[in-house]
Design a protein around this ligand. Structure first.
Ligand code: PEP
Ligand code: MG
Length: 593
């Protein structure tokens, strides 16, 4: 029996993207409301003060936007300037202002609440507009609203984050910036409407070792703050208001999972060498320097991908060279790590710096992102390159350029790298004596011209998250397409194999840092291709290493050969899945599918 008869028990199926089981109370996260308290005014005499607070917040918001605009003018990007103009116009819009003031006066509510009501009203109005472009402009109003709200809240934020309770966060989606907004020590799990295996929500959840299920479509519609919930990141199930028997079953599953994880950790540091002596070097993907101790404890031998874009997120100003340098110094030269691969920032797509909301692009994933953005914003890029050179003096560092789609891009990036090296030397700075240069292979064009790219770099790193997205034409963050997102698709296997073969013919090393590298179902397939390195989230490392140690290169090659003989992705999946489950019954015992 459900202890609370008024609450319905139901189960939702999504995509389990971070393993483990979380059981607890729901906190429905809304970026607008998350740090804000709404209340009625105790007396009418407080109304003028509340209106004054609102006006002050408006003024502050305009001032901040003008400051951002001033900084942007120093760069070459012009489009955001117009967007900011629009935001300032909204802040000064008479209707916006008078409506909010009326809400304060008539309803006797605090300014935050009144702003929220105005935003809701605008949302309703925009929803009715037929023109999709104009309808989409509601995001500008919301952005402005968010700014006013955060200026209103100031320091006195009263929220769930101030209480002792640990919560499971339910949200429409969780952007990297939102994660920083939360008190992560209070969060024990995530469940979201949107997202897929490789969305950044999923990546961050894994990094934080929090069970997470994404792509649930409409979990936010069905749950409320305070509901009891189970998030099973292994099977992708979410149980809302569970029965006591369910609770007990999941408590047991939770314990089993923790025990299995502890068991893996015992041998985590042993190398990934097959019994016929093939070694795969295993690295870790990180987003924050704080993850390094965990990476090492889970058996990482190097950092195979440091996603530096997070340095730009959730700050008002662009990071300085010193900000970058101080950050990289905490990665490079870490004892127990053979090298650190610093990927230059991959902003755009689904990651934006908070200070610089970029122009809305119809296809951001194919827009001005990663290396394209860097080569346009040369000064921002060079600031980062200089810091990498300087930090490189502390230990072996590799630099990795994302989203390369032409030889020109790599040549141009290398030119800027060399320019910064010379500038630093002329200034007498202590810098790395050498730096290995890598290209991410994540655009199909790069696979096709891999032989030409190989002449320009020291190593490749295959980014399957994007490579699958671009080759199969599947938006990686669209939860409705998850069923099509298939690393074992014959096309993906052929692309990856071709990159590895081309790299080896050219005599350079090849790594994989996309999520496929950490998917145990794919381990023997990748081993059979003879990749040199795999880099993954730290949680995956012990299991992948164990599978490799219990295999031979010979059997992997046979498995790969057979897998490549199928025509359909579903056939490959079924074959490889069955093989792996039979071959490694213990490693896959917790999988429900
Ligand atoms: C990838 O695309 O596979 C990758 C590792 O980069 P990101 O997930 O940061 O786009
Ligand atoms: Mg990528």
């Amino acid at each position: 029996m459900n202890p609370d008869q008024t609450k319905n028990t139901f189960v939702l199926k999504g995509v389990g993207v971070s393993p483990g089981v979380a059981i607890g109370r729901v906190y429905r996260f809304d970026p607008l409301d998350s740090e804000i308290s709404f209340y009625k005014l105790k007396s009418t005499s407080l109304i003028p003060k509340e209106i004054l607070r609102f006006k002050k917040a408006l003024k502050e918001s305009v001032y901040q936007l003008l400051e951002i605009q001033k900084n942007l003018k120093k760069t070459k990007v012009t489009e955001p300037l117009y967007v900011i103009d629009v935001h300032i116009l909204i802040l000064k819009d008479k209707k916006f202002v008078s409506r909010t003031i009326k809400y304060i006066q008539r309803l006797k509510i605090n300014a935050e609440w009144a702003v929220r009501l105005t935003l809701d009203r605008y949302e309703q109005i925009f929803e009715k507009v037929e023109d999709t472009y104009i309808r989409g402009r509601i995001s500008d109003v919301q952005y402005v609203g968010q700014r006013i709200l955060s200026n209103l809240s100031g320091e006195k934020k009263e929220t769930i984050w101030g209480t002792d309770e640990k919560v499971i966060v339910i949200a429409q989606d969780i952007s990297p910036a939102n994660t920083v907004q939360m008190k992560m020590e209070k969060v024990i799990g995530f469940a979201t409407d949107a997202g897929g295996r490789t969305s950044h929500t999923a990546i961050v959840a894994r990094d934080m070792e929090l069970p997470a299920v994404v792509g649930l479509d409409n979990v936010t519609r069905f749950v409320r703050t305070g509901d009891e919930i189970i998030v099973d990141g292994i099977s992708g199930l979410v149980v809302v208001n569970p029965y006591p028997e369910m609770l007990q079953r999941y408590e047991e599953k939770k314990l089993l999972y923790s025990a299995a994880r502890d068991e893996y950790l015992k041998d985590a540091k042993a190398p990934a060498v097959t019994s016929d002596n093939y070694t795969l070097q295993i690295g870790c993907n990180i987003e924050f320097v704080e993850e390094i101790p965990s990476a090492i404890a889970h058996g990482a031998e190097h950092i195979g991908l440091y996603r530096t874009e997070f340095i730009y997120i959730n700050r008002q100003e662009l990071p300085t060279e010193e900000d970058h340098f101080n950050n990289y110094c905490q990665v490079v030269g870490t004892k127990d790590l053979l090298w650190s691969t610093i990927r230059t920032f991959d902003l755009g797509g689904d990651k934006f710096p908070s200070s610089q909301k970029p122009v809305k692009e119809l296809n951001p994933q194919m827009g001005l992102r990663a290396i394209r953005f860097c080569l346009k914003e040369v000064e921002i890029f060079k600031t980062q390159l200089r810091a990498i050179w300087r930090a490189g003096a502390l230990g072996k560092t590799r630099i990795l350029f994302p989203m390369i789609s032409s030889v020109e891009e790599i040549v141009e990036a290398k030119k800027l790298l060399e320019e910064t090296r010379k500038e630093l030397l002329a200034q007498g700075e202590n810098i790395a004596s050498e730096m290995e240069i890598g290209a991410m292979i994540e655009v199909p064009a790069a696979v096709v011209i891999a032989d030409k790219l190989a002449r320009e770099v020291d190593f490749f790193s295959i980014g399957t998250n994007d490579l699958i997205q671009y080759s199969l034409a599947i938006d990686r963050s669209n939860e409705r397409l998850t069923y099509l997102y298939e690393p074992l698709h014959p096309a993906v296997l052929k692309l990856v194999k071709s990159v590895v073969d081309t790299a080896h013919e050219a005599g350079i090393r090849v790594s994989m840092c996309g999520e496929m590298a950490g998917d145990p179902i794919c381990t023997l397939i990748l081993l059979g291709m003879e990749l040199d390195e795999l880099s993954m989230n730290h949680l995956a490392i012990p299991r992948i290493k164990k599978i490799i140690r219990e295999s031979t290169l010979k059997e992997s090659k046979l498995l790969l050969e057979k897998a490549l003989s199928f025509n359909m992705a579903s056939e490959v999946r079924m074959f490889v899945h069955d093989y792996m489950k039979k071959r490694f019954p213990v490693e896959f015992q917790n999988e429900d599918d």
